[in-house]
Design a protein around this ligand. Structure first.
Ligand code: SF4
Ligand code: MG
Length: 326
């Protein structure tokens, strides 16, 4: 395959007290070298579970990857041993999270944690690893990196912790960086700085980025292509311009109406935005037919009965909605 990453018909489910939850329900997409792909949707749409499936971090039980293939550079990640996966995770594919404390260990200094990456994955000596640590902390623009390397995660501000986590994720120059809501917990100014940083480092290191977010503003700034997820499925996919200028799926249209236009955010503060009414359905109790039908302003009879097929309104644009079926 020509793609760096190819996810095919992925299904990830969880056994819950309420029943079987189909968190990721037949998801397919690709990521090319040096590409930035945005994955957008409200929380609970399966974005994070998709990422965890790629990293093989789904806890089993209660979770289970029930079906599908995930090809990375020709390797089916779902078929290899945990030992081989460990050599890929963190080195060739790495991930940053919304909350740095989920990936930073509170009992080790920042420097020790990053040095560990170099010692494990690149078999460097402790001394050389520390030199690399200081280098990478400087690259993520942490001031006084020699001093900061000797501090513990709790001694850093939220923004600095996020930079440290990015440093750890990029330490071994991964081919893919998966960023799961990396700026959601930060205030707006820091958010912009962190996004700039990720984008700049992506260019420097030649990595591909999967940017997972509920914030279409973030997607607009950073992505070349966008996948919109709803209730565990990909409902629309296209180039960023096509998605923003000519969204097809009623859900995507709703998401776009709920973000402030460029400029309004800064000049008028937060005005009341039009939100999509209703909630994301529970993934153990999906409505029949199109999962979006209880919230859709365009709902038709067929929508309540049959899952929509994929239509291609334009060559690089696909949508799962009965409005576009031939
Ligand atoms: Fe709305 Fe029907 Fe399209 Fe679903 S398939 S988004 S319910 S029009
Ligand atoms: Mg999430």
């Amino acid at each position: 395959s020509q793609h760096l990453l190819e996810v095919q018909e992925l299904k990830t489910q969880f056994h819950t007290f309420d029943g079987l939850a189909l968190a990721v329900n037949d998801v397919s997409f690709t990521l090319d070298r040096k590409e930035t792909l945005g994955i957008v949707g409200e929380s609970g749409c399966g974005k994070s579970v998709t990422a965890q499936s790629i990293m093989r971090l789904v806890k089993e039980p209660p979770g289970k990857i029930a079906h599908g293939q995930i090809f990375f550079d020709g390797i089916d990640l779902l078929k290899i041993s945990e030992k081989r996966m460990k050599a890929i995770r963190g080195k060739r594919i790495s991930m940053i999270f919304q909350e740095p404390m989920t990936s930073l260990n509170p009992v080790y200094t920042i420097g020790n944690q990053i040095a560990e990456m170099y010692m494990t994955h690149e078999h460097l000596s402790k001394q050389t690893s520390w030199e690399r640590v200081v280098d990478i902390l400087r690259k993520v623009q942490i001031p006084a990196p020699e001093k900061r390397a000797r501090e513990y995660p709790h001694q850093l501000s939220g923004g600095m912790r996020q930079r440290a986590m990015i440093a750890m994720a990029l330490a071994c120059h991964p081919e893919i960086l998966i960023a799961d809501e990396p700026t959601t917990a930060l205030d707006v100014t820091i958010q912009a700085q962190i996004l700039d940083l990720i984008f700049q480092l992506k260019e420097d290191f030649g990595a591909s980025v999967m940017m997972i977010t509920h914030d279409l503003g973030v997607i607009a700034e950073i992505s070349q292509r966008v996948i919109v997820m709803y209730a565990g499925r990909v409902v629309e996919e296209g180039g960023t311009e096509a998605i923003f200028d000519d969204p097809k799926h009623p859900y995507t249209q709703g998401l776009l109406r709920s973000i402030p236009k460029i400029g309004e955010r800064t000049q008028q503060g937060r005005r009341r935005l039009q939100e999509i009414s209703g909630n994301v359905p529970n993934s153990y109790q999906l409505p029949p037919g199109c999962s979006f039908h209880p919230r859709c302003p365009n709902v038709m009879n067929i929508c309540r009965e049959k899952i929509p097929e994929l239509s291609r309104p334009a060559p690089q644009h696909s949508v799962r909605c009965w409005l576009y079926a031939e």
